[in-house]
Design a protein around this ligand. Structure first.
Ligand code: MG
Length: 276
């Protein structure tokens, strides 16, 4: 398994980030969401040119939207993802624009945080239909659509995947999110989601000590994620995609990412994991 990086954690300047990744020895990346204007405006071509010039492989492009904020759980509930009903038609259109951009760059997967599933049945059904439409669009472009884990339990996410029922649908497994949102133990969640895992984030964190509050992200290896066990399970399952380091907070993201790579490389060798 190759070790990749969430490229915009490494370098926030989107036009420089691909090259920074390359210089630091990463040749596989995931990309963070773009301002919506970049998907249709003049920046689009600059972004494509920067990605191509670097030669790095984008394994998945994250789809996100203007106005999203992860400040706290109520704000996430109000602003994040296709879950927001009033914005859903617009955001589906934006999602299709991501898909076109990904196709142009030869990216095999889109990924997204759906946000919190609606409680109301009709709203939930509408989200299921919307995600199915997006998955159909991705499939027509030879792309997978990966759902980022962690806002809900593995069982709840599995139910949603079964409700959408589309072969292009998979999971980007982020172990830390299960802890940050306080919904599951990551290795147990992996066990349930394994058949759908097509991407992995190596991110770490600790649970909050009260309900309804986000936990705290930590550098990889310093939180509650059992990475040795997690990677062992992934290898045994035949997962062969990249392990993508994600570091969303802190003021030493680049240093933390380099240290995370060293940590992952130094883990006891598991049969099937080349140590690079
Ligand atoms: Mg993640």
């Amino acid at each position: 398994m190759k070790i990749g990086v969430m490229v915009n954690n490494l370098e926030p300047d989107r036009l420089r980030a691909f090259d920074v990744a390359r210089q630091l020895g990463f040749d596989v990346v995931h990309t963070s969401a773009l301002p919506e204007a970049w998907l249709v405006g003049p920046k689009r071509q600059e972004y494509i040119d920067a990605a191509r010039a670097s030669g790095v492989h984008i394994a998945a492009m994250f789809v996100g939207f203007d106005g999203q904020s992860y400040a706290d759980i109520p704000t996430i509930r109000r602003t994040v993802g296709l879950a927001i009903r009033a914005l859903r038609p617009h955001r589906l259109e934006v999602s299709r624009q991501y898909s076109a951009l990904a196709a142009e760059l030869g990216v095999p997967a889109l990924a997204t945080h759906l946000g919190f599933f609606p409680e109301e049945a009709e709203d939930y059904r509408d989200l299921v239909l919307t995600v199915r439409q997006f998955a159909e669009h991705c499939a027509a472009c030879q792309q997978m659509l990966l759902l980022e884990t962690g806002q809900e339990s593995a069982a709840r996410l599995l139910q949603f995947i079964h409700d959408v029922e589309h072969p292009a649908l998979g999971v980007n497994f982020d172990p830390a999110n299960f802890l940050l949102y306080g919904v599951a133990e990551p290795v147990a969640a992996l066990e349930q989601l394994l058949p759908y895992v097509r991407g992995v984030h190596c991110k770490d964190g600790v649970r909050a000590n009260q309900a309804g509050v986000l936990g705290t992200e930590t550098p990889v290896g310093q939180g509650e994620v059992d990475f040795p066990k997690l990677l062992q399970r992934l290898v045994r399952s035949g997962y062969s995609g990249p392990l993508v380091i994600e570091r969303e907070s802190g003021d030493r993201k680049r240093e933390d990412i380099i240290a995370a790579r060293a940590y992952l490389q130094a883990l006891p060798r598991v049969e099937g994991i080349p140590n690079h």
